[in-house]
Write a protein that binds this ligand. Structure first.
Ligand code: EPU
Length: 431
């Protein structure tokens, strides 16, 4: 297992291009199960989670081949309906095959996804949606056993909101089930995230009839068949935000290319409030100018278009470098604060109370050995390492490799000093 060793204090300068979005590509891949023929997905990042989804699709009878940034997916056998525990325990997005399996194969045996460091991640809303469409669902031995009657799924009106608002993958899953259902489905409290819009547009290109993508009400008129087509994965807005924040703490001037600025409105507004200058060329390139200190801000994570939970940890690193107090409230995953203790090891002063943290700005951070616990917490620690005095060892970086394509290579290109080393043995056992 690798760790990342970062020598802090280097100024970043130059430009990098953002990869395709992991969280958009995963449901797009699942949607390929709905069509006959060969689907081509462009701009798919080469990441562990994508490879795991490819394995899942292969186990469900699809051929999946990578050609540089493209994935070619062709369904060869439509009889398998089981998503096994071995695959599902490593990646939650595997649950996205449930909708396509029920819609197209009229049955599914899908393992409950594995646990997750960012807190409990139930799938009750996914199940609620499928049951609304007429699926019979029961839980047996850790698997969802689902059946659909001969006539297939039936469109219905449903409310898909949960205790914390809308669900991104839940909306994607139900949408993929509804496109082949008989009649009209109305999904109220649908997720408005760009990744859901990317999926809805892909399904529409395949022949689905969907209105309201990007709003909280999706109206789907079921069709009999979808045809395979080609589609572009949107740029990764979370990677873009992470790179802009890296530039903010350690720039110089850093340009992030290939970005959808309209997907980053909440992040850019917060950065602006903190005194960070980000300019754009109107053509997908954003340039951030680094600074030593930031203004404190309060932030609450919310479903899109609110401030994204996936950029909460990275922002917290920046909030350590203010001359005041900031309050960070997590309203999507109330327990997503594993980075707090690790930032504390680097000199941060952060107090946590339930789903809120109070961040007291400090003079600076100092390099230390720290432990990555999930994808975005790992990114926050890398940002802290870039600006800390001395050397930071970020251990268990496999979390980072699950979701960022070549993050260290991109930062090195900008001037960071980062090396990968074998992590001392023994720690591997603690996972
Ligand atoms: N929720 C329920 N019941 C459900 C589903 C969700 O109560 O059936 C709750 C969750 O526990 C959470 C909230 O609803 O409190 C929102 O969860 P959501 O379903 O939207 O999350 P997700 O779809 O499972 C995706 C991303 C996450 C990202 C969230 C929120 C993918 C593969 N994952 O997860 O990404 O944090 O949306 O935007 O798209 C990441 O990339 O690091 C990551 C964790």
């Amino acid at each position: 297992m690798d760790m990342m060793v970062i020598e802090g204090g280097r100024t970043l300068q130059g430009s990098v291009r953002v990869s395709g979005s992991k969280n958009a590509a995963l449901p797009l891949m699942a949607a390929a199960l709905l069509a006959e023929g060969r689907t081509t997905l462009h701009n798919v990042p080469d990441l562990m989670d994508i490879r795991t989804m490819a394995s899942l699709l292969r186990s469900l009878g699809a051929e999946v081949v990578r050609n540089d940034g493209d994935l070619e997916i062709e369904v060869r056998d439509e009889t398998p309906i089981e998503a096994s525990y071995d695959i599902m325990r490593t990646m939650r997005a595997g649950i996205c095959v449930l909708g396509p399996l029920l819609a197209r194969r009229h049955g599914a045996r899908v393992s409950y996804p594995g646990g997750c460091a960012i807190g409990s991640r139930p799938i009750d809303l996914h199940i609620k949606g499928m049951v609304s469409l007429g699926a019979k669902v029961k839980t047996e031995h850790g698997y969802l056993e689902c059946r659909v009657g001969r006539g297939g799924l039936t469109g219905r009106e449903m409310y898909l909101g949960g205790a914390y608002g809308s669900t991104v993958l839940g909306t994607a899953n139900v949408l993929m089930a509804a496109v082949l259902a008989r009649g009209t489905t109305v999904i109220e409290c649908a997720a408005c995230e760009p990744e859901v819009v990317n999926l809805a547009e892909f399904l529409t290109a395949m022949g689905a009839q969907i209105e309201g993508a990007g709003t909280a009400r999706l109206i789907v008129t079921g069709v009999k068949k979808l045809k395979a087509t080609q589609w572009h994965t949107i740029p990764d807005r979370i990677e873009a935000a992470t790179m802009l924040m890296a530039g903010a703490v350690a720039g110089g001037k850093v340009t992030v290319e290939g970005v959808r600025r309209d997907h980053l409105v909440a992040v850019l507004h917060k950065m602006n409030e903190m005194g960070i200058k980000v300019s754009h060329d109107g053509n997908g390139a954003l340039t951030v100018t680094g600074r030593k200190r930031f203004r404190p801000v309060d932030v609450t994570t919310m479903p899109y278009p609110g401030y994204p939970t996936d950029v909460q940890a990275q922002l917290m690193t920046l909030l350590c470098l203010t001359d005041g107090i900031s309050v960070v409230t997590e309203k999507v995953y109330p327990d997503r604060f594993m980075h707090v203790a690790e930032l504390g090891r680097m000199g941060a002063e952060i107090r946590k109370e339930n789903n809120t943290t109070i961040v007291h700005g400090v003079r600076g951070l100092s390099g230390a050995p720290v432990m990555a616990s999930d994808l975005r917490a790992s990114a926050a620690l890398v940002l802290a390492g870039l600006v800390a005095r001395g050397e930071t060892e970020v251990r268990r970086i496999y979390h980072l490799d699950r979701g960022y394509e070549n993050l260290d290579a991109k930062l090195i290109k900008l001037g960071a000093k980062i090396t990968r080393k074998e992590q001392p043995a023994g720690e591997v056992l603690k996972d």
